[in-house]
Structure formats: structure tokens, C-alpha cells
Ligand binder design. Structure first.
Ligand code: NDP
Length: 289
């Protein structure tokens, strides 16, 4: 059986182009340009690249982008003050705080402080709650990107067994919530570091999603022949980016697989743009979906 390589780069471009057209129509109707503000604290090299990419993508889609670059020593109170100002600024539609934050700042306190209407990452408890209840305001960017890639090769996921490796608030958990939504209807198993007989679990998966942050962790023996394998992991090995899946070997057995880079990564930014537009629509009382 030949494997389908799922091209996240091309899919993300289509999604970004589509959002760009919707942005143009929105500006025409309302005279308002959707405005995303990104806050970067400190000098983490990977975060700087991510923030630059988000800024570029925003501008390319016709949106306004502002980046606040704050010193690594910024206090939690200072960051909260900035978020408070942005929350009440009618010119700002979306707010994203780039993670991770320096250790003097409590991440959850910051995410909780962002106005839920401007929470384009969908990390605020109100937005997580709405997603859990099956009526999301914003879709979490990375899990939404994974789902779009899955649906590209498997339009009918009903009753399929999806196994997720990782239970983080950013990827694993919201991925599970998206997959059990009505209309998606997968049966979901979420695994983590305490899961027993992991390979037994993963080899039952019709859809396997790896989000653990361990290079080449998922081997051929852990994958059911013909499975759809989505690799969220971003790991640097000898200066090269690799995923959580041993791509070379798993590609021989999978039915479809995402590469790293060029798989899930570009989808995250494409969904962020979509959320920024949704935020602007919600705040100007335009229909968001
Ligand atoms: P976290 O470190 O927050 O979570 C990792 C999860 O993996 C935890 O739930 C952990 O279990 C689980 N885990 C770790 N080791 C094992 C193991 N040996 N067996 C089973 N489960 C294990 O990571 P994130 O979810 O934030 O990110 C995961 C990966 O995805 C990273 O490489 C990250 O860089 C990447 N990523 C990529 C994005 C993209 O756009 N492509 C976006 C976000 C993340 P436990 O909870 O028990 O500790």
C-alpha cells in the first residue's frame, strides 16, 4: 500500500488565502481592519521565529499586526497591566501571549487575564469550557489544524478510533474534545506518560496523533498498517527539525502521514489568522461563522 503524504504547507496556504479573502470582504463591509497583538516576553530563539512568522502571515492576510517585545525580566504585574489595556482597546481584536513565559510569570494567570472575546489561542477557561460543551467560540489552533489534515484524507471519521499521545492543555486535551464533537464522531483514547502498554494502545489506532515532544518516539511497531499518522512534535536533533514520529520507517506502514516540517506547523498559524478574523467579527457584531 502506498502512503499519502499530507501536505500541511499547501493546505495551510489555501486556508490562509481563503481567510485573506474574508478579511478583504470584512474590511470593505465594516471599514475595520482585524488587528492581532502578539506579546513576546524574553529572547527565546524559537519563540522569536514563531512570532515573526505570525506577524508575516497576519500582514499577508491583510490584517494589522502589532508585536510587543518585552524584556525577560518583565514582572507578572507589568504583563497583566499591558493585557488589561489591550483588553479594553477597541482597536485590538485578538491578543496572543507567546509561550513559554519566563519563570517569574505564572502562565495560567496570564492566559486567564486575556479577554475571552480576544483569546485567539482559545486557552481561556471560558473558551475551553465552550469547546468542551461542543459550542466553540474559537477553535484551538493546532488541534484544529490536525483535524483539518485528518479530514483531508478521511472525510468520514465517524466511529474511527483516534489515539492521542499527550494530554497537554494546548494539544492533547483539546484534540480529544475536537475529535469527539458531534459530526466528527471519532472514538478517542488519550495516552500520557503513565499509560500502560502504550504500543498496544497506539497499534489499535485508525488515527494516531503524536504530541509528546520526543524525537522519533513513535516507531513502526506502534502503528497499525494503513493508519493516519499526525505528527505534532517539533524537536531539534543535530540542528534539524524532527517530529515525534520515526517518519522514515512509519511511512512504510501508515496509510497517510504528516511530515515535519511542512505538516501540522503551518496549519497552526493558518488557524490563528482565522481566529483573529472571527474575533474581529464578534467584536463588530458581524456573523463570525
Ligand atoms: P507538553 O510537554 O505540554 O506535553 C507532552 C505530553 O506528552 C504530556 O501529556 C506527557 O505526559 C506526554 N508524554 C511525554 N512522554 C511520554 C511518553 N513517553 N509516553 C506517553 N506520553 C508521554 O507538550 P505539548 O503538548 O505542548 O507539545 C507536544 C509537542 O508538540 C512538542 O514537541 C511541541 O513542540 C509540539 N507542538 C507543536 C505545535 C505545532 O504547531 N506544530 C504546537 C504546539 C506544540 P504527562 O502529562 O503524563 O507528563
Amino acid at each position: 500500500m502506498s502512503v499519502t503524504i499530507i501536505d500541511g504547507k499547501a493546505t495551510a496556504k489555501r486556508l490562509r488565502d481563503e481567510t485573506g479573502k474574508q478579511v478583504a470582504a470584512f474590511i470593505e463591509q465594516t471599514g475595520t481592519t482585524p488587528h492581532l497583538v502578539v506579546i513576546l516576553v524574553g529572547e527565546d530563539a524559537a519563540s522569536q521565529v514563531y512570532v515573526r512568522n505570525k506577524e508575516k502571515a497576519c500582514l499577508a492576510a491583510g490584517m494589522r499586526s502589532t508585536v510587543h517585545r518585552l524584556a525577560a525580566e518583565t514582572s507578572q504585574a507589568e504583563l497583566l497591566e499591558l493585557i488589561g489595556k489591550l483588553n479594553t482597546d477597541p482597536q485590538v481584536h485578538g491578543i496572543l501571549v507567546q509561550l513559554p513565559l519566563p519563570k517569574q510569570i505564572e502562565e495560567q494567570a496570564i492566559l486567564d487575564a486575556i479577554s475571552p472575546m480576544k483569546d485567539v489561542d482559545a486557552f481561556h477557561p471560558e473558551n475551553v469550557g465552550l469547546l468542551a460543551q461542543g459550542r466553540p467560540r474559537f477553535l484551538p489552533c493546532t488541534p484544529a489544524g490536525c483535524l483539518q489534515l485528518i479530514q483531508q484524507v478521511c472525510p468520514d471519521t465517524s466511529g474511527k478510533h483516534a489515539v492521542i499521545l499527550g494530554r497537554s492543555e494546548i494539544v492533547g486535551k483539546p484534540m480529544g474534545l475536537l475529535l469527539i464533537q458531534r459530526g466528527v464522531d471519532a472514538t478517542v483514547t488519550i495516552c500520557h506518560s503513565r499509560t500502560r502498554n502504550l504500543a498496544d494502545m497506539t497499534s489499535q489506532a485508525d488515527i494516531l496523533i503524536a504530541a509528546i515532544g520526543k524525537a522519533n518516539f513513535v516507531t513502526e511497531q506502534m502503528v497499525k498498517p494503513g493508519a493516519i499518522v499526525i505528527d505534532v512534535g517539533i524537536n531539534r536533533v543535530d540542528g534539524k527539525l524532527v517530529g515525534d514520529v520515526d517518519y522514515q520507517n512509519v511511512a512504510h506502514i501508515a496509510g497517510a502521514i504528516t511530515p515535519v516540517p511542512g505538516g501540522v506547523g503551518p496549519m497552526t498559524i493558518a488557524n490563528l489568522l482565522k481566529n483573529a478574523l472571527t474575533a474581529a467579527q464578534l467584536q463588530t457584531n458581524q456573523s463570525a461563522r
